[in-house]
Design a protein around this ligand. Structure first.
Ligand code: C5P
Length: 314
């Protein structure tokens, strides 16, 4: 029986600026995305019956058509209508390590892994560009999750401009187990409260990229300077999420007080991260944060910046 196993990495946003509304209800973004080596393991395997089946070891992950990984497989079946008649169905097994509903693009990473895995299992011969175009139809973060590394993301988040990555930075990630934040809610809240801060709607893609390229974050990445990267961290969604979730606000304050290179909420939250120069520093921060917030159901992970999104396992 043929099967492929893939590692699908989580991402953090080192920079997330909301620069406008879009007619499709989404928002124009300027982001810097970074993959970290906290990864799910996704396996695709041929099935006799012509069906898509999802298995996952995490109770909160749906196994029906609402799972983005399922939708990735369904999209390929739609694009290649006879594919199951030739190859049979597929069983997708997701071993979850990336926290769910966390602002770390775990669902997008799983969908990206399914696209890569089924391209192999079904001998589709898709190019990287074709995979990215299909990925963008599934979700704004899927194109980045496919390739990973370090990238400027504009538009909805699907237009990518890759940067030289930064090897060796570490990150402490923290999330309350029971808490998740609705991404549409966070963006709508931002629109309601902060749309007066938007830059002009007619700014071209090139102008947006020029704007972020000349900004402090991309400059710091170019210099490979962890301290400057820590100082340039920015996420506009903090302005909506932190006032509404005092627990996350407090977590962010505690983590920032402990030191490290800089602290930020990732995506629409509620995961908060602190950058660290070494593994030892990240482990020390982990210990300090868990001692300070010992009475809570906080989950903590130490991870490293990684240059890959989806990676085929041997
Ligand atoms: O693209 P994705 O399905 O991951 O987006 C989830 C939600 O986040 C969207 O339904 C939308 O409410 C919000 N979003 C947005 N602008 C973006 C990306 C996401 O408003 N650029």
């Amino acid at each position: 029986m043929r099967l492929y196993s893939l590692l699908a990495a989580a991402k953090i946003n080192l920079y997330l600026e909301i620069i406008g509304d879009r007619p499709d209800g989404f928002h124009e973004l300027v982001m810097v995305m970074q993959s970290v080596d906290l990864a799910d393991r996704v396996t695709v395997r041929s099935l006799g019956p012509e069906t898509i089946r999802i298995r996952c070891d995490h109770p909160e992950v749906p196994t029906d058509g609402s799972n983005l990984a399922y939708r990735a497989a369904a999209l390929l079946v739609e694009e290649f209508p006879n594919i199951m008649a030739k190859y049979g169905g597929v069983e997708i097994t997701i071993e979850k390590h990336i926290p769910v509903g966390a602002g770390l693009a775990g669902g997008s990473a799983n969908a990206a892994a399914v696209l890569v895995g089924l391209d192999l299992l079904w001998d589709l011969g898709l190019t990287q560009l074709e995979l990215q175009t299909l990925g963008a139809r599934l979700g704004s973060d899927v194109p980045f999750s496919l390739v990973g590394g370090t990238a400027i993301a504009t538009g909805r988040g699907e237009q990518l401009d890759f940067l030289y990555g930064l090897d060796g930075l570490w990150v402490l990630l923290a999330k309350y187990r029971q808490l998740s934040v609705s991404t549409p809610w966070a963006y709508q809240g931002y629109r309601q409260q902060f749309s007066h801060t938007y830059v002009s709607d007619d700014v071209s893609r090139q102008a947006r990229q020029a704007r972020v390229r000349s900004g402090a974050m991309v400059t710091a990445l170019g210099r490979q300077d962890g301290h400057q990267i820590g100082q340039a961290l920015q996420n506009d969604l903090e302005n909506v999420v932190l006032p509404a979730y005092p627990q996350v606000d407090r977590l962010r304050q505690v983590m920032a007080e402990m030191g490290g290179l800089g602290t930020l909420m990732s995506g629409s939250g509620p995961t908060v991260f602190t950058l660290a120069a070494t593994l030892e520093e990240a482990e020390t921060l982990k210990h300090q944060v868990s001692e300070r917030l010992a009475d809570t159901d906080l989950e903590l992970w130490v991870a490293r910046f990684t240059p890959t999104g989806v990676r085929l396992m041997d």
